[in-house]
Design a binder for this molecule. Structure first.
Ligand code: SF4
Ligand code: MG
Length: 335
């Protein structure tokens, strides 16, 4: 089996006082062994909800997986008991979040925090766990790991703390690592270092990575494939090259147009005007229709199916229908 993780038609809702918020609608995705997939979209697009659904980290009382399956090595995670899920979380699938300070315990040495997961999931003796913790700190590029293992999170800089978080996430050799905006809280040079580190680690450890980000710029260096989310749905997916160099969905065009370009400084950054759809009452047609400069009547009336552009590239847009007028991406969207 090539796919380590497969989401089929996943629908997730939140029950709120205002009504049912349909946060994720019909999401299908796959992750191959050892590959890196980026899920890109604005906040509220459903990308974090998707990742938390995989980890089963959504609040049980207020959220619900309404439909769909999440197959991890063929087992449907939506059907596992909390106990079974607990065994998978942190050992076979682990997750890192945006702000390293909130994922670390300020009152515990970093060594202890790395060793905790190892002792819990891997049955190591104290000495074995310590040795492994030192090696992990070395692996993520923390100098003097023998000393730093005894220090507390506040003694580390932001970038170094995120390295510690990555070490904890990798401690049990997970098959899948989900990184939700892992560099957003860091300054630009540190961001680049952390992304380089993640790429190195992916190559060294063979861990498959799902990178969740609002920033298309961080995708190109780390991920082989990209899924673009909008309004709780996936609007385009393809290899990174396909999505960057031959984007087909107007929302992707908008994202690419709003990305700073390296080689030019004369082009203004274009924000996409308008606001995302209200998922309490999602539009019955294309979720992007209210903001799309190319919207047609059919877009408002009917949700577009995902059309194949190539065997690896799909987009859900009526412009790909053979009856639609021919539209070229705007110049600002061309990388
Ligand atoms: Fe725009 Fe219509 Fe395509 Fe939606 S389906 S992105 S509204 S052209
Ligand atoms: Mg988020």
């Amino acid at each position: 089996m090539k796919n380590i993780l497969e989401l089929n038609n996943v629908n997730v809702s939140f029950h709120t006082f205002a009504g049912e918020v349909k946060a994720v609608r019909g999401v299908s995705l796959h992750l191959e062994k050892g590959e890196s997939l980026a899920i890109v979209g604005e906040s509220g697009s459903g990308k974090s909800v998707t990742s938390k659904t995989i980890m089963r980290l959504l609040p049980e009382k207020t959220s619900e997986i309404k439909e769909g399956e999440i197959l991890f090595e063929g087992r449907d995670l939506t059907k596992l008991s909390n106990r079974e899920m607990e065994k998978i979380r942190g050992s076979e699938i682990s997750m890192i979040f945006q702000d390293p300070m909130t994922s670390l315990n300020p009152t515990m040495t970093v060594g202890k925090q790395i060793m905790e997961g190892l002792r819990k999931h891997q049955n190591l003796s104290k000495n074995e766990a310590k040795e492994r913790a030192i090696n992990l700190l070395k692996l993520v590029g923390i100098p003097n790991p023998e000393i730093r293992i005894g220090e507390y999170p506040h003694q580390f800089s932001g970038g170094m703390r995120q390295r510690v978080v990555i070490a904890i996430a990798l401690a049990c050799n997970p098959k899948v690592l989900i990184a939700d905006e892992p560099t957003t809280a860091l300054d630009v040079t540190i961001q680049a270092q952390i992304l380089d580190l993640m790429r190195d680690l992916q190559q060294k450890t063979g861990t498959a990575i799902i990178l969740i980000t609002h920033d298309l710029g961080v995708v190109a260096n780390l991920s082989q494939r990209v899924a673009v989310m909008y309004g709780g749905t996936i609007v385009e997916t393809g290899t990174t090259d396909e999505v960057f160099y031959n984007p087909k969905h107007p929302y992707t065009w908008g994202l690419l147009s709003s990305m700073p370009k390296l080689n030019t400084n004369d082009k203004e950054l274009l924000a996409i005007p308008g606001t995302p759809p209200n998922l309490l009452n999602p539009p019955k047609g294309c979720p992007f229709a209210a903001r799309c400069p190319y919207a047609m009547q059919v877009c408002v009336d009917h949700m577009p199916d995902a059309s194949d552009v190539t065997s690896t590239h799909k987009a859900a847009c009526w412009l790909l229908d053979e009856r639609a007028p021919k539209v070229e991406p705007p110049e600002a969207a061309l990388v």
